[in-house]
Write a new protein. Sequence first.
Length: 576
Amino acid sequence: MIQIQELSTEELICQNFKSFGLIALVLIALVLPFGHQQLKNIEKLFNKIAYKRELSILLVGLLAFIGAAIVSITVFWPIPHIIDERSYLLAADTFSHWRLTNPAHPMWMHFETLYVLQQPTYMSQYPPAQGLILALGQILTGYPIVGAWIATALACSALCWMLQAWINPRWALMGGLLMVLKLGLFSYWSQSFWGGAIAATGGAILLGAFRRTIKQPKIFNSLLIGLGLGILANSRPYEGLAFSLPSITYLLFWIKGKNSPPLKILLKEIILPLTAILLVIGFMMGYYNFVITGKFWLMPFQLYQDTYSTISNFLWSKPRLDLKYNHKEFYEIYYGSYLDLYNSNIGLSNYLSFSFMKMKNLWAFFLGVSFSLPLIALPALRKNFWVRFALLNLLLLIIGMLLVLYNFPHYAAPGTCLIYFLVLQSIRRIYFFQWKNRPVGKMMTWAVPIYCILQIALPVSLRIDPYVYINPAHWEIAKSQFPTWIYTREELVSKLSEGDDRYLILVKYLPDRNGHNEWVYNLADIDSTKVIWARSMSAEKDCQLAKYFSDRKIRVIEIGSQPNPIKRSYPFKPCD
């Protein structure tokens, strides 16, 4: 990430606003320009909409989709800049061609890249859910980012639907709208290809159906439980498992308990439909694995790890130091930066330091100032069973996440619905608080969404980094905070795509280049792509590649450090 060296007045104002956000939140509550009767009238209209449950769900989804689209179109158009995003886009392009995977390319060694399988087939290492939703956007409009907007809308609507089974409908609507404001507009869940929203949808569907099943068993709710589990298994398998265990355990004990329905109802409404949908999903997952890896039980992710990764994502696993690579860049990453990251977590002090950093990042993304203040009321809710259930559920999820090396906010996406549940329960507790006959609690409740709106309305970004950014309201500001090599690559592709010629770009990496700035990525059908990216290898192998693509213009580019990453660009010398 490139830091802005000089801060404008507007940026300083925004940074100060964030630094003193807690004070700002309190002041908003105390000086809200509403009379008590005006608040009552607004709340009356809000409640009227909230109790139309289907309308509320639809409204939240529409606002999320339209809002995310407006941000992308008017502020900055998302460009993939994280390695993972390119892998997800490969999956999306594959699915949009109505295939589950792609045949291995004859010259596959030149196309090796991070997080992509080349053998036995050519496909992303990741579970298919994010690729599928991006493919939906690509099929409908030609733009995969539309799939991210759809996923965001589904997540916000699913949260509202889930909360309707856990709390009062008006608070459920408020929760959905707060998610739109905090995560639906400017977060990377809606403004990148990296994911998060689809796993949040799975978690909300699971817990919404779970509570509805406890209240009144129905086949439809049981099928939704299975659907929620299936989405989690195909988006965040590990975190989804940790997140699902409490609700599945509770459901099993409830089925065996004295308050459960008769066996006939259990079989008809819960056990048989849930078993059926899980078997169908399990078979589909196994078949997907088989098509890509050749084995029903071997996931693409695991095959990639076995083939390329020196370290496991789990901290208890020892590094593997016997792997060989076809390219020095892989050696530099897997025997260099990845091993360094693993070693930096060894030892109690290092582990605690990294765990604190992980928790800080999760707090900044999901809570921040606006949601943290209401949580002071959480201890007063300790007797509420479902509050305790939510806390235990989130605790298990966090423990699971702290046992792995990498952590980003979308890893915790399944627990999004419970975070909002706890925040809203706390707000409900504060809502009725009065001080000197002044409805301070009600005003504090209003202050939370107003504070979120003010964050959006500010003229510049409060924070932008590789996975958390809020409101880069000017294109140049947004552009300046992302790596320049991304735009250099995109501009080169755009320029070469203008004419009728087709190109093969041979990439040579210089020693000073950042190993994570990966230029070699291609879509599903490599041979039909107008601009193909390939790694330069030996002179002999490069000549073989040139003969294979003899109908293309071939250029060599030498990639070094920023700010001008292309150090040299020249035509490929014809082979003898």
